[in-house]
Design a protein around this ligand. Structure first.
Ligand code: CP
Ligand code: NVA
Length: 305
């Protein structure tokens, strides 16, 4: 049984194995059916969700396990009661604790106090389940090792997990972010080291056009993440030069695909024509949240389909 708080909870070989399982689970819906019969999976959300909430619930049901969806205000993590008490209580009822939280440290504390595996459904630091779907979607386009991904905009949770997953998979990640919005320095250092070991690379620049030039995949995410709404006006102004429009997307490889974790803010980080572009894969990516979560869930439970 394994936690999945960060993409780096997987080795490069494990990442490849989980992605391969996700591919096979997508191809054959009978695979994994009933594998977790009798198990109970908690799906806890301190923030709103569409894709994660629904894809994780249906994936859980597909494995034969029973999902228990919990909202932030009913649990009051660290408010109504200490995080450790929440974790120790839920651990008596549930076999997996999957949680979307504001503070990554709360996930670490839950993992410390629960025997059940804890899965990160998005924190301020990472969104590892998203990165699994991202790589599954890219792998449907071209082999991961050597593929170049340009990420534009805020060096946030989605960016962090993509950098780490890309590094493990031997990909070339180019992040373009303005000063003050670069990815976390420790995450970047980890990604650079992992990429060097795996034959890929990780670079951070302020030059969005240079990052996109010739890239195989162009990725962006919102400029204002959940919980940062008070900073929205300032973020919009400081990130304005990082918008992905059709002209900038045209600098990528002629067969490049566009990815976005969604929800998207059209007219901010991306223009509507790029989301609706014939090479946009955002809804395949959304679908793959379901297949890849099933693979992650089975992996955390020690089940290798
Ligand atoms: N991409 C993603 O995590 O979407 P939701 O916030 O809707 O779950
Ligand atoms: N960076 C965004 C991702 C949403 C799926 C956020 O944290 O709100």
């Amino acid at each position: 049984m394994s936690d999945f708080l960060s993409v780096t909870d997987l080795s490069a070989d494990e990442l490849a194995a989980v992605l391969d399982a996700a591919r096979r689970l997508k191809a054959d819906s009978s695979l994994g059916a009933g594998a977790l019969a009798g198990k109970r999976v908690g799906l806890f959300f301190e923030k709103p969700s569409n894709r994660t909430r629904v894809s994780c619930e249906v994936a859980t049901v597909d494995t034969g396990a029973h999902p228990v969806v919990l909202k932030g205000d009913e649990i009051g993590l660290g408010k109504r009661e200490p995080v450790a008490d929440v974790a120790r209580t839920l651990d008596r009822y549930l076999d997996v604790l999957a949680a979307r939280v504001f503070r990554h440290e709360h996930l670490e504390e839950m993992a410390q106090h629960a025997a059940a595996p804890v899965i990160n459904l998005l924190s301020d630091l990472e969104h590892p389940c998203q990165a699994m779907a991202d790589l599954q979607t890219i792998a449907e386009h071209r082999a991961l090792p050597g593929t170049t991904v340009a990420y534009l905009g805020d060096g946030n949770n989605v960016c962090h997990s993509l950098m780490l997953a890309g590094a493990l998979a031997g990909m070339h990640l180019r992040v373009a972010a303005p000063p003050g919005f670069e990815p976390d320095a420790a995450v970047t250092a980890r990604a650079v080291a992992l990429a060097a070991a795996g034959g890929g690379s990780t670079t951070v620049t302020t030059d969005a056009d240079a990052a996109v030039a010739g890239a195989d995949v162009v990725y962006t995410d919102v400029w204002t993440s959940m919980g940062q709404e008070a900073e929205a006006a300032e973020r919009k102004q400081r990130l304005a030069g990082y918008q992905l429009d059709a002209a900038r997307f045209g600098r990528a490889a002629s067969d490049a695909i566009f990815l976005h974790c969604l929800p998207a803010h059209r007219g901010e980080e991306v223009t509507p024509d790029v989301i609706e572009h014939e090479r946009s894969r955002v809804f395949d990516q959304a679908e793959n949240r379901m297949h890849s979560f099933k693979a992650v869930l089975l992996w955390t439970m020690g089940n290798r389909p």
